[in-house]
Structures are given as structure tokens and as C-alpha cells.
Design a protein around this ligand. Structure first.
Ligand code: ADP
Ligand code: MG
Length: 498
């Protein structure tokens, strides 16, 4: 799993929409332009920003999809989690780009990211008949810091909770997940969710521009029995291919980033705006903290808002993530556009650690190892400044030497056992050999009895372990060891903190 530890930055794209006809009508001037043959954008006279991808006013939906999203979809089918989120002020093109609008009424070539991704996913599924796919979708909205299930409106706010599973993946407990069989089914769920985003408001866009919408496709794949037989035995290096792989793709349409002052909201609307801005503010803070070069020492404030808690595993987590900042070209939006570019610029510094979500045991081992490493590093950092660093250093050295010793002993034990297992049947046979002297036979017999005793003992030990919920499988042993180590490190860190 070396590749799993590789850090990759969040990819940041900027898309400038064309002037809308109403803007053209009012003679709005354009204040943003691309630098040809670069990934640069100039805003105003001379402010230059560089991004991973830039899309100008003539960029097509297909281009955006192919460049930014197609690689994520491939990753999804390989078992990685993926996220795309659209950021920008209201009217900058987030929903248009993500593809969360009225899909049925949109021309084929104008379809956004979600319908294209759905189509491609089911295309992939139909081309890989040897793999069993299960696809589920959910659609959640965060509105005024409360969760709403857009696919099951009767679900009350209180039934929805954000949790983190042991793999560090965010899960929304209580959210309706629909098992789906084809692209059309997904599209109609998406449509009904989109319609729900607009209910209960006077103006259609009012509600949706104040809410964050998260559409999620989860896929679970395992090779079907028939093709398993064709693959060479389980020991084969391709053993992973017959494991279960679960991965998911979040499509996030964030609330509008415009400031309260500009929209001039009062009363209830004002309160809403503050809440939206607090979510985006929290997201901005998370982005800054993650982009900090001294990151290890920085606290990442995921818990400050619902949206950051939900996106935790997409930002600095184990996912592959693309952020698309949407920009209006109009001079009247100069301030907001500049802010969006600055916001997007900070996101470039975030590094994620994508991992394939194979075997859960392996994941837990990887995680624990990582956590231990981080705790060790934290321990080391604190030791440097700590007065009792000497004692702790000694402790630490002792722990690691004990750990080494333990590993060595385990390896040794394993080799001895192998030797004995090899010799045992051979010596039992030999015991029947009449040409042996009586004394030799007695010695041999007592050796055989000894081995039998040891084996019996090992067996009872194993039974006891199984009863107490542990087993002798190597993974479990490793997990137990890691847990113990983890505990040790945690205790030491705790001691250092107090
Ligand atoms: P947001 O979701 O950010 O509030 P929308 O996606 O609703 O913004 O876009 C606002 C308007 O601009 C819509 O009428 C949309 O069709 C149009 N629009 C946005 N981006 C583009 C684009 N790249 N090309 C053409 N029209 C666009
Ligand atoms: Mg929108």
C-alpha cells in the first residue's frame, strides 16, 4: 500500500462563465481574462492567479467534465473516494457546472458534471460484467446549519447525524440511500432532490443559494464467483481483485459565497446569510489550516460547521478532490470574483492521501500505523521542548527496542515451529524403526510427547483467544499490537499535555 500514502494536492479549477444576456444588455464590462496557453487568470488590471485548470467563457460542459472529473470517476472505480465541489457567489455558475439544475429540460451538450458522471459510471459497469456492482445514491442539504434529506423529506432534522467510521470516512447516519440499477433511475432521484431544494421559498433561487447540497454516489464492487474461479488461487498477487471494494463520489454544490452587505439582507434572510457565510468561513479556515506548511502542529477546525464535518474526508483526508471555483466575468462582481480566486488559491496547498478502500483490516492497520507515526512525531516534537525529555526519550527508546525484540522473537518462534512441524512426522515414523536402541527410542518418545504437549497448550491458548474475541490470524495479531502501541503513545502524549 505504498502508493496509498502518497500525498496529492487538491486540484483546483477556475471556470469563468460568459456574460449573461441581461448583463450584456446592461452593458457590463468584463474584468477577468485568461492568459493564453497557460493555466493563468488575470483579474482587473494585473492580478494574476495560477491554477491546475482554467476554463474560459467558451469552455464546454464536456471539456470541464473530461479534464477535471473523468480522472476522478476512474479513481472511483478503482476504489478511491472522490469529491468535487463548486465554490462561488450566487449566479457564478456552480449549479450549471455541477449539473444539479433541471436536468430534463437541459440540452444534451449542456448537461453538467453529475449526469455525465452517472452515465459514465453505468457505462463502466456494463463493460465489466464480471464484476458485481452495487450502486447507492443519497442527496443531503445543509441549510441554516441543519441537515435535510433531499430524497426523503419526511426525515426530521434530528434523525440525521454526521459520524466518522473507523476508516475515517464521513457517514451521514439516517440519510436515505437508494439502491439503483441504471442511470435513468439516478437521474430521476437527482431531479426529485433538486426540486426539494427549492421548496418552501418565495423565490426559487433564494433557498438553494443559501444551502450546501451534497449528492453522493456510493459503489460497492466484488468480482463475481465465475471470474474468481478463473483467477489463480487466493495467494496470487491479484488477490485484491476478489476483495470487496467500496468507494464513493461526493458532488457538492456549495452555498453562494457573496457577502451579506452586498445582498443587503435583513431579518431572517440576514441570519441565514450569516449562517451560510459561517459554513464557508469554516471551510476557508479548514482550507487555510490544511494548506499551512507547518500543518502537523495546526489544529484543523473541521468541527466548526456541518459542511466541514461532511467534507472532512475530502479535505486532507483519503479522497481525491477537485475544487471548481466559479467566477462571474462582470466588473460589477469584481470584489466577489477576487475573493473567490483568493479562496481557490489557498485550496491549492491542501494535500490529500488517497487510499484504495480494500480490505477493512488492512485499512485499519494502515490507519493505526499512520496514527502511531503521527503520535510518535508529536511525541518527539514535544519531547524536544519538554523538560523531562531525557526520561521520555529513554522510555521511547525502551519501547521501540522492546517492540523490535518482540518482532524478532515472533519471527524466531515462527521458524522454530516450522522446523518442529517438519521434523515431527518424520521422527514419529522413525520411532517405529526396530533398529533403534531402547534408550534412543525412549528419548524419541519423550520428545514426541513433549511436542504434543506444547501443541495442545497452543491450541487451548488459541481457543481462549477466540472466546475473548481475538483470533490468531496475522491481521488480528497486528491490530492488537498496534492497538497496544497506540495506547502507549496516547498515554505518553497525554502525560505531556498535562
Ligand atoms: P449558481 O449555482 O452559482 O448560483 P447558476 O449555475 O445557477 O449559478 O448560473 C447562473 C446563470 O448563469 C444560469 O442561468 C446559468 O445557466 C448561467 N451559466 C452559468 N455558467 C454558465 C456557462 N458556463 N455557460 C453558459 N451559461 C452559464
Ligand atoms: Mg446554484
Amino acid at each position: 500500500m505504498e502508493s496509498g500514502m502518497e500525498e496529492i494536492p487538491v486540484k483546483v479549477a477556475v471556470r469563468i462563465r460568459p456574460l449573461l444576456s441581461r448583463e450584456v444588455l446592461h452593458n457590463h464590462q468584463v474584468c477577468v481574462r485568461l492568459v493564453p496557453n497557460t493555466q493563468q487568470i488575470i483579474i482587473g488590471k494585473d492580478r494574476v492567479f495560477t491554477f491546475d485548470f482554467v476554463f474560459g467563457k467558451n469552455s464546454t460542459q464536456e471539456e470541464v467534465y473530461t479534464v477535471c472529473i473523468k480522472p476522478l470517476l476512474v479513481s472511483l472505480t478503482e476504489g478511491y473516494n472522490a469529491t468535487v465541489f463548486a465554490y462561488g457567489q450566487t449566479g457564478s455558475g456552480k449549479t450549471y457546472t455541477i449539473g444539479g439544475g433541471h436536468i430534463a429540460s437541459v440540452a444534451e451538450n449542456e448537461k453538467g458534471i453529475i449526469p455525465r458522471a452517472i452515465q459514465e459510471l453505468f457505462q463502466h459497469i456494463s463493460e465489466n460484467r464480471n464484476i458485481d456492482f452495487h450502486v447507492k445514491v443519497s442527496y443531503i442539504e445543509v441549510y441554516k446549519e441543519e441537515l435535510r434529506d433531499l430524497l426523503e423529506l419526511e426525515t426530521s432534522v434530528k434523525e440525521l447525524h454526521i459520524r466518522e467510521d473507523e476508516k475515517g470516512n464521513t457517514v451521514i447516519v439516517g440519510a436515505k440511500e437508494f439502491q439503483v440499477e441504471c442511470a435513468d433511475e439516478v437521474i430521476s432521484l437527482l431531479e426529485s432532490g433538486n426540486a426539494a431544494r427549492h421548496t418552501g421559498t418565495t423565490q426559487m433561487n433564494e433557498h438553494s443559494s443559501r444551502s450546501h447540497a451534497i449528492f453522493t454516489i456510493s459503489i460497492c464492487q466484488k468480482q463475481s464467483a465465475e471470474s474468481q474461479r478463473n483467477t489463480d488461487a487466493a495467494q496470487d498477487s491479484s488477490w485484491k481483485s476478489i476483495q470487496m471494494i467500496a468507494s464513493k463520489f461526493h458532488f457538492v454544490d456549495l452555498a453562494g459565497s457573496e457577502r451579506v452587505t452586498k445582498t443587503g439582507n435583513t431579518g431572517e434572510r440576514f441570519k441565514e446569510s450569516i449562517q451560510i457565510n459561517s459554513g464557508l468561513l469554516a471551510l476557508g479556515n479548514v482550507i487555510s489550516a490544511l494548506g499551512d506548511p507547518k500543518r502537523k502542529s495546526v489544529h484543523i477546525p473541521y468541527r466548526d460547521a456541518k459542511i466541514t464535518r461532511i467534507l472532512k474526508d475530502s479535505l486532507g483526508g483519503n479522497a481525491k478532490t477537485v475544487m471548481i471555483a466559479c467566477i462571474s466575468p462582470s466588473s460589477s462582481d469584481f470584489d466577489e470574483s477576487l475573493n473567490s480566486l483568493k479562496y481557490a488559491n489557498r485550496a491549492k496547498n491542501i494535500r490529500n492521501k488517497p487510499v484504495v478502500n480494500y480490505n477493512p483490516d488492512q485499512d485499519r492497520i494502515d490507519e493505526m500505523e499512520l496514527e502511531i507515526r503521527l503520535l510518535r512525531e508529536a511525541l518527539q516534537n514535544q519531547q524536544v521542548s519538554s523538560q523531562c525529555s531525557h526520561d521520555l526519550n529513554q522510555e521511547r527508546t525502551r519501547i521501540s527496542s522492546l517492540e523490535e525484540q518482540l518482532t524478532r522473537l515472533q519471527v524466531q518462534c515462527f521458524s522454530y515451529r516450522n522446523c518442529v512441524d517438519e521434523a515431527f512426522p518424520f521422527l514419529v515414523d522413525l520411532n517405529d524403526d526396530i533398529s533403534l536402541k531402547r534408550s534412543q527410542r525412549d528419548r524419541l518418545q519423550s520428545w514426541i510427547t513433549m511436542v504434543q504437549e506444547v501443541r495442545k497448550e497452543a491450541l487451548t491458548m488459541q481457543e481462549i483467544n477466540t472466546e475473548t474475541g481475538t483470533s490468531q490470524e496475522p491481521h488480528h495479531i497486528t491490530i492488537l499490537q498496534l492497538k497496544r502501541e497506540l495506547k502507549k503513545c496516547q498515554v505518553f502524549n497525554f502525560m505531556l499535555i498535562i
